[in-house]
Write a protein that binds this ligand. Structure first.
Ligand SMILES: [Zn+2]
Length: 447
């Protein structure tokens, strides 16, 4: 079956002004100006009212946190007080049922915003939530989303000098054994994979160096990615200097993570030499502009990192630090916060879109998604510019970012429509809103 996505209003792919042809879940052909597809077509989709971009890829999130958005204990705080206020509540109240609903809600929000590949840094494993990754794999499959199951962990409590609460931690052997189980069950290394696994100790503040080292060994043996939070706040840098007598990038080196299997979240407080070292090593950095602004953490050095050779991706992060799981909104925020540092020609809407597509795909270690090009997976987000906010817009691709697109009209994953007329397939959004709202209310009442 060859499908022609024909004559888009605009498309983020050079040489495809007449659209793209899809076949067997992949991009088969780009159709340039004045041309028609090279081979016969079975089906035509008229995209003349759509702006087409590669499906967005979310490289950092914490979906369970949708249960505590705008929580009174967490608002108007910086990272550490925010975390200290909410972590005990999360550890005490998350269970398989509310976790499933939180996952479903965050994934649905992401899909509606134009996201086709998700990852979730799920580090919370109180007793009873051992199957968290399996739950997320099931929920992603139900929506047709690609997912990197990002198996987080905590093993260093407050009593041991870290900041994890006892109810949320697991011991190192249990964590590593579950990582191996998940790799065997879900890590598909083939081109076009729907599910992969990444190993993700939460942060230097709440995991041991031994766990970081053993994770690096496991990731190398099984050819999977590894992920952690790094250099998010000045306090973290000070903690690193005090506890380990070094800076965060030295710490990363010390635990065997300075290689191109690793991507880190935030990556804000790096000096010039560290930026160069990260670039040389090929460590990816997931920029999380919304969360960084909400918590007042600072700003990722996106351009310097990219210039040094580090992949830069984009993540919504959250949800309680962003309170929204909308990746196209994060693209706009990325453009805006970066304009505080770089001049308008230095960071454009195309840079912000690249971070959310190709950049995030590189962070997740994938070359088969993140761009509309022959041979890539047919993952695309299509937006209409019919709302009032777009009226009068000139450049349609710039309008998506500058006028603040927040919902796709259609989303395709592996050649299949998963969102049509703004509605995700196979899910009752009103029911989900009611069920999740009720679960969140019960969660906060318990906390
Ligand atoms: Zn995070």
């Amino acid at each position: 079956m060859r499908t022609w996505i024909k004559d888009p209003m605009a498309i983020l792919a050079p040489g495809a002004s007449r659209g793209v042809v899809l076949e067997d879940g992949r991009i088969a052909e780009l159709v340039p100006e004045g041309r028609a597809p090279a081979a016969p077509i079975d089906q035509v989709f008229d995209a003349s009212r759509h702006v087409v971009i590669p499906g967005l890829v979310n490289a950092h999130h914490h979906m369970f946190q949708t249960l505590t958005r705008a929580h009174p204990a967490g608002i108007n705080k910086t990272l550490l007080p925010w975390l200290e206020a909410l972590l005990p509540i999360w550890a005490r109240c998350v269970d398989p049922e509310n976790f499933r609903l939180a996952t479903r809600l965050a994934m649905t929000e992401l899909l509606i915003s134009g996201c086709t590949t998700v990852s979730d840094h799920q580090y919370l494993y109180p007793p009873g939530l051992e199957a968290a990754m399996d739950i997320q794999a099931e929920e992603a499959a139900a929506l047709g989303l690609r997912m990197t199951l990002t198996r987080g962990s905590l093993n260093l409590t407050i009593a041991e000098g870290g900041n994890a609460v006892p109810g949320a931690v697991q011991d190192t052997d249990a964590i590593l054994a579950d990582c191996e189980r998940l790799i065997a069950r879900w890590h598909d290394r083939r081109d076009g994979a729907m599910t992969q696994v990444a190993l993700a100790p939460c942060a230097m503040l709440n995991v041991t160096q031994q766990l970081m080292r053993e994770t690096a060994g496991l990731a190398a043996r099984h050819h999977c990615r590894m992920h952690t939070h790094l250099a998010e706040t000045r306090e973290e840098v000070a903690y690193c200097q005090e506890k380990f007598s070094c800076r965060p990038v030295d710490y990363l080196e010390e635990v065997g993570w300075m290689n191109d299997r690793a991507w880190v979240a935030h990556g804000i407080h790096f000096n010039d030499a560290e930026v160069k070292r990260l670039g040389r090593a090929g460590v990816g950095v997931c920029h999380c502009p919304t969360s960084n602004m909400v918590l007042g953490s600072g700003q990722c050095r996106t351009r310097e990192l990219e210039a040094a050779g580090a992949p830069v991706g984009l993540g919504v992060d959250g949800s309680a630090s962003n309170d929204s799981s909308n990746l196209i909104e994060a693209v706009r925020h990325a453009l805006m916060i970066n304009r505080l540092t770089y001049d308008p020609a230095g960071v454009t809407h195309l840079d912000a879109l690249r971070w959310a597509t190709e950049g995030s795909a590189r962070c997740l270690g994938r070359s088969d998604i993140g761009a509309i090009a022959p041979g890539k997976q047919a993952d695309m987000a299509l937006y209409k510019l019919d709302e009032l906010r777009f009226s009068g817009a000139g450049d349609p691709l710039a309008a998506l970012v500058l006028c603040g697109a927040h919902a796709a009209d259609r989303v395709m994953i592996k050649g299949q429509w998963r969102l049509i007329d703004g509605v995700p397939l196979g899910i009752d959004v009103a029911r989900l809103r009611a069920e999740h709202g009720k679960a969140a209310e019960a969660f906060c009442a318990r906390g």
